[in-house]
Ligand binder design. Structure first.
Ligand code: GLY
Length: 292
């Protein structure tokens, strides 16, 4: 199988002046994932590596740069899933950890659970030796402008810049990873689509894999990522499946800021978004492209 890495940096309308930054970051993330795949590495390692790059980049609403909640605090959600045995791990509302995606992977691989939240997630991270950091270190980039009082109000229509990556490795295994600081000014304790299986992401080697971005409360309602994978599995081309799942979201929940990247089991790529921008990048043996 020819490996593929596909990465996105979130769907949004309000960051026109930062488009070059968003493009550069997804390119760096795709290269990090590609380095893993080119060396014969596993899809899950590639997807995690790509998402870690975006979590470390203050441009994005994930890890460093996470949006702030209504208490001016960072609470992050992340998940990983692999398509061979439907392995799934996630964290929600985690604080003081720079790379929630890696804690999500620890939940999947090193516990008997699937989703761990809040203080329990941070405690788990500490118990596995993950370094914790002061919350202020995660407040940078896209989150600083949200210190304005008007941005602290929960706005159900405001999407996050959730990041995600899908990888297909040489053994034909699919994996997906996503991470987010959630919506700006969200209620403390609010959990979005990103850590919920089938909502923020899904991977099944027999169907394909999807990673979502956008308004979590709407995405959850149609199990957005699983629905996208089911459309792929029904025989649609990846691009058609991406467009149809967005159309379904709009039809069933109203016009929403949302986006999706999709990878079929054979490495066919699809992407669609309802916003002005969704920086995304892909690398395969055929080369690299970056779009927004
Ligand atoms: N899609 C990210 C969120 O709603 O939290």
């Amino acid at each position: 199988m020819e490996p593929v890495i596909l990465v996105h940096g979130g769907a949004g309308n309000d960051f026109d002046e930062r488009v070059p930054q968003f493009r550069a970051g997804v390119e760096r993330a795709a290269q990090a994932g590609w380095a893993v795949l080119r060396a014969g590495g596993k899809a899950l390692d590639a997807a995690e590596a790509a998402v870690r790059v975006l979590e470390d980049d203050p441009t994005y609403d994930a890890g460093h740069g996470s949006f702030l909640n209504a208490n001016n605090e960072v609470e992050m959600d992340a998940m990983v899933m692999e398509g061979a045995r439907l392995g799934y791990g996630a964290v929600a509302g985690i604080q003081r950890v720079a790379n929630p995606v890696s804690v999500a992977r620890m939940v999947m691989e090193r516990t008997s659970h699937s989703l761990v939240v809040g203080a329990g997630a941070e405690q788990l991270a500490r118990s596995f030796g993950v370094p914790v950091c002061p919350m202020e270190e995660l407040v940078a980039g896209s989150s600083t402008h949200l210190l304005r009082p008007e941005d602290r109000v929960f706005r159900a229509d405001k999407a996050g810049d959730t990041v995600g990556a899908i990888a297909l490795d040489a053994d034909g295994l699919l994996a997906v990873a996503v991470s987010t600081g959630g919506t700006a000014g969200k209620l403390p304790g609010r959990v979005g689509d990103s850590p919920l299986i089938g909502c923020g992401a899904y991977a099944d080697n027999s169907l394909g894999a999807a990673a979502a971005t956008g308004h979590g409360e709407a995405l959850m309602k149609i199990l957005f990522s699983k629905t996208a994978c089911d459309l792929l599995g029904s025989g649609l081309a990846a691009q058609q499946a991406a467009e149809q799942v967005l159309e379904l979201l709009s039809r069933r929940t109203g016009p929403r800021e949302a986006g999706v990247i999709l990878l079929s089991p054979s490495g066919e790529v699809g992407s669609a978004f309802s916003t002005h921008h969704m920086a995304h990048a892909c690398i395969s043996v055929h080369g690299m492209w970056v779009r927004d």
